[in-house]
Design a protein around this ligand. Structure first.
Ligand code: GCU
Length: 416
């Protein structure tokens, strides 16, 4: 179905400590050599590719399998299909997606589509603990890959998911609510692509070479693997006749929100990008003014595998990072991006995320949107549905049916 042939050119970029210090967000329209971008053409041909290279080199690691072009062919097998699921409102099925490289792990896409309303716009994204947590439907597969110990129904000591977890996190991806709004939704367990733990050559990381000493400082890191996994889910969705290939929105929560933003930036087939409470390493700025927010030093210490080795090196001095997260949003231009947050989740830096949106706006203006973002952060509970959209609700770090109301409301504007 998909053949990837792009070859990345390894750039001669200085090590992190040799980069110039810039206190504020670097100008998204200024090339590294100082040239100012003023047209859409130069943005697309010069600055956008430069930024994609910088994000790979210094933060997320290389986009997988582009340097030695691997032919990725995706095939699918339907594991079950129930046309009268979700209170009769939708069809639920699970599709096994496998790759031409037979040793690569498979992903299992749980897909809900609204009956009588297809082809439908579709939300797609990874989930934290397995599809079975999102519905009590008995046919849904239980993951066999490593799962984090703190998820419902996980066997003590073995990190194995069990049927006891069925439906225990159904409110995080409220399938019925979504199909009742006329949307399809597709999700997969992130750990099938890459289990969320460091230093183990498992999942897709097992396809990388093993080094005697340290791995290269730009080696593909876990957030990049998860984003790559989203793209492979998209490979399938764009071929499926119940899905409208032109109307896909990527969604993810927290570490998977970081993933959603990266996935949107690196795949133009994704029409709308919704990183939820993504925080540091996602839509939260590295140069943060919010003292309650997570820092680069902290995240690269606590979760060393999410980002590449170069990013860790910035830890104590984020002024040397040659971009900030506004540039990752800008790569998505002109596609709509919605940043969603919660008041009690200062760790994810809600106000810093609004600054990121504002700083991304110049790239969107190149596409003719003269006012892509609100003048100030909208008040709690009120969706700002500008092209660079924003939403903050009361409450804590979680993904809830109320958040999904904001997601579908935003989609009603941009995907209808
Ligand atoms: C931790 C981490 C965050 C992350 C979050 C999550 O809190 O510090 O960066 O977003 O986990 O994924 O839930």
């Amino acid at each position: 179905i998909l053949v990837m042939t792009v070859v990345a050119t390894p750039a001669a970029l200085p090590p992190p400590d040799k980069l110039p210090s810039v206190a504020e967000f670097p100008d998204v329209l200024a090339m590294r050599d100082g040239t100012k971008i003023t047209s859409k053409k130069d943005w697309e041909e010069k600055r956008r590719p430069e930024l994609k290279e910088l994000f790979q080199h210094y933060m997320y690691g290389r986009y997988p399998h582009l340097t030695e072009p691997v032919k990725v062919v995706v095939t699918e097998k339907v594991l079950f299909e129930d046309t009268q699921a979700l209170g009769g409102a939708g069809t639920l099925r699970e599709v096994e997606v496998s790759f031409s490289e037979s040793q690569w792990p498979k992903i299992y896409l749980l897909i809900a589509t609204p009956n009588g309303k297809v082809p439908a716009a579709c939300f797609v994204g990874p989930n934290f603990g397995g599809n079975h947590l999102l519905t009590s439907h008995e046919k849904v597969r239980i993951p066999t890959a490593w799962v984090p110990a703190n998820y419902p129904g996980v066997e003590k000591g073995t990190n194995k998911a069990t049927a006891a977890g069925r439906g225990k996190q159904a409110s995080t991806w409220p399938l019925q609510q979504i199909v009742e709004k006329g949307y399809a939704v597709a999700t997969f367990y992130c750990g099938d692509i890459q289990p969320d733990r460091p230093d183990v050559r498992e999942g897709m990381r097992a396809t990388l070479p093993v080094y005697k000493g340290d791995a290269p400082l730009d080696e593909t890191a876990t957030v990049m693997w998860w984003a790559w996994g989203c793209h492979r889910a998209v490979d399938f969705l764009v071929t499926d006749k119940s899905i409208d290939a032109k109307r896909l929105a990527v969604v993810g929560h927290s570490r998977l929100g970081k993933t959603a933003l990266l996935a949107g930036a690196f795949d133009d087939r994704i029409a709308v990008v919704i990183p939820h409470q993504s925080g540091c390493g996602g839509a939260g700025p590295s140069r943060s003014k919010n003292e309650k927010a997570e820092t680069v030093k902290r995240i690269t210490t606590a979760f060393p595998h999410w980002f590449c080795g170069h990013f860790r090196a910035f830890g104590s001095d984020t002024t040397k990072i040659p971009f900030d997260q506004h540039a990752l949003v800008a790569i998505c231009a002109p596609r709509p991006v919605l940043l969603t947050n919660a008041e009690d989740d200062q760790w994810a830096n809600p106000s810093g995320q609004f600054d990121v949106l504002t700083a991304a706006a110049p790239a969107y203006k190149l596409y003719g949107d003269t006012k892509p973002v609100a003048d100030k952060m909208p008040e709690q509970g009120k969706l700002s549905d500008d092209r660079l959209g924003y939403f903050i609700r009361a409450g804590k770090h979680s993904m809830t049916p109320d958040d999904w109301k904001a997601f579908t409301q935003f989609a009603d504007k941009w995907l209808k």
